[in-house]
Design a binder for this molecule. Structure first.
Ligand code: NAD
Length: 502
């Protein structure tokens, strides 16, 4: 079964698909769709035009308790963890196939709820999530445990076991992929999961849970509790019967989750947090057109709502004018347009509050002395949606607010430096350490800079290369865990030593 491509379908196809959606806003607990016990609901508002598209169960502590109890029962009864690996693999593979066959519906939900272009919802979210579940499905029956090299009369076995009940708390920017990056390795290891989607993007996550049931993942193994962070999210993170929190989101929330763990049962905490990623273009790199175009294209993709967005462009002065010229030209290709048009590259920001926050940063940039090269204004205001034009600031210094804080919108800061050593110093002068990049045709220079960059992911002569085989996560205040690759399985496991005296 192949996934659809958005480009093969017309804008009217996507509008019709979105209008025909039957949207589910209830929580999924113990295999059943349920309203919040309190009866509370909140509105899902589309940032495309400000319309209310659904009412969603506002889960709180009581619902979280029910979801955790269900997950624990499923775990203790061995409904999932005790299945032979080959059986779990087949079910997760079926799940991946079902996600692909529901691509139009899932992609429309993602675009409707958080405003990104439909092409990105198809390729990034749905196909990305399906690939992730398929990849971890394949891993399950290929991983062996270990025997330690002990003495002749001893047998020491090192085995990996699931943690138990884990919670995935995820953001709205890639609602399906961030959920998949947590749920897939967690399920592959045999854990039971409670997924808490962001309040801005609960609809695709609820559908994900329904499709998991259809694929044969037993009831209670994947529960979905929509709700606010300070209610549902906090209740999960403080719960005494949750064994691990796996979080993608802001550094501020990550800090709280560590506190909640410390004050409850010391549950394991895995954090994928924010970034302010440096992208260094050095004068030794000949193809400035490619380097600068990539800088713009990766900055403005997904409206800049990307944790690894290369938001600090650090450029050696010798090539600065050339880089700025290309960036300004490329930014023009990213004007916001109808998110359901498959040709659209930039959609709406997640909501009006976030668009206002981004515009406040634009004002701060101008106030602190940066030069606005392009953008800096709202777009498509007549639609009632949350659109901001692609924005580039030059003459930025690394102490300005727009160079230090994560904006999470389409705002690029260009910082000039004199040489590679200064570029590295500026790049590393940040509380974040998620991704970084260097463009250089000098092999030695490229390697030395890459080694010096304090970031979990370093690109050389590219940006945003991505594959399930490589770990994803940050240094410093960008977090402490790793998504993707076989390494992620360690996050969702306990290591047990069983020592047998022979
Ligand atoms: P956020 O921290 O506000 O929210 C993320 C999730 O945490 C949501 O589900 C929210 O409801 C929940 N939450 C909020 N407060 C909580 C609390 N007190 N207790 C428990 N849960 C709580 O982040 P956001 O604005 O939704 O997402 C944007 C952030 O996510 C950016 O900082 C971005 O860099 C980061 N992000 C990081 C990665 C990565 O892999 N490093 C990937 C995507 C996004």
């Amino acid at each position: 079964m192949t996934g659809s491509t958005s480009q093969s379908k017309s804008v009217s196809f996507w509008h019709e698909t979105a209008s025909a959606l039957s949207i589910e806003g209830r929580a999924l607990i113990d295999g059943k769709l349920v309203e919040a016990i309190s009866g509370a609901q909140f509105d899902a508002i589309s940032p495309i035009d400000g319309r209310v598209v659904a009412s969603v169960a506002a889960c709180d502590e009581a619902d979280v308790n029910a979801a955790v109890a269900s997950a624990r029962r499923a775990f203790d009864e061995g409904r999932w963890k005790s299945k032979p690996p080959a059986e779990r693999k087949a079910i997760l593979q079926r799940f991946a196939e079902l996600l692909r066959s529901h691509s139009d519906e899932l992609a429309s939900l993602v675009t409707l709820e958080m405003g990104k272009p439909i092409s990105v919802s198809v390729a990034g979210d749905v196909n990305g999530a399906a690939r992730c579940f398929g990849w971890y499905a394949e891993s399950i029956d290929k991983i062996y445990d270990e025997i330690a090299p002990t003495g002749e009369r001893d047998l020491a076995m090192i085995t990996r076991e699931p943690l138990g009940v884990v919670t995935a708390i995820v953001p709205w920017n890639f609602p399906l992929v961030t959920a998949a990056w947590k749920c897939a390795p967690a399920l592959a290891m045999g854990n039971s999961v409670v997924l808490k989607p962001a309040e801005q993007s609960p609809l695709s996550a609820i559908r994900l849970g329904q499709i998991a049931l259809e694929a044969g993942i037993p009831e209670g193994v994947l529960n979905v509790v929509p709700g606010y962070g300070h209610t549902a999210g906090k209740a999960l993170a403080c719960h005494m019967d949750v064994d691990g929190i796996f979080f993608t989101g802001s550094t501020a929330t990550g800090r709280l989750l560590m506190e909640y763990s410390a004050k409850s049962n010391l549950k394991k905490v895995g954090l994928e947090l924010g970034g302010k990623s440096p992208n260094i273009i050095l004068s030794s790199y000949e193809d400035i057109e490619t380097a600068a175009s990539t800088a713009a294209n990766t900055m403005f993709a997904n409206q800049g709502e990307v944790c690894i967005a290369p938001s600090r462009l650090i450029v050696e002065r010798a090539v600065l004018d050339q880089v700025k010229e290309v960036i300004a030209a490329r930014a023009a290709d990213w004007q916001p347009a109808d998110p359901f048009d498959p040709e659209t590259r930039m959609g709406a920001l997640v909501n009006m509050k976030h668009a206002n926050r981004v515009m406040d940063y634009v004002q701060r940039g101008a106030d602190e002395g940066a030069t606005l090269v392009t953008g800096g204004q709202r777009a498509r205001e007549e639609t009632g949606g949350a659109y901001v034009a692609p924005t580039v600031f030059a003459d930025v210094t690394n102490d300005m607010t727009i160079a230090r804080e994560e904006i999470f919108g389409p705002v690029l800061s260009v910082i000039a430096v004199d040489n590679a050593a200064e570029a590295v110093a500026v790049a590393n002068d940040s509380p974040y350490g998620l991704a970084a990049s260097v463009w250089s045709d000098n092999l030695t220079e490229a390697h030395l800079v890459a080694k010096s960059l304090r970031a979990g992911i370093v690109y050389v002569n590219c940006y945003d290369a991505c594959d399930m085989t490589t770990p994803f996560g940050g240094y410093k205040q960008s977090g402490n865990g790793r998504d993707k690759s076989l390494h992620a399985l360690n996050e969702y496991s306990e290591l047990k030593t069983t020592w047998v005296r022979l």
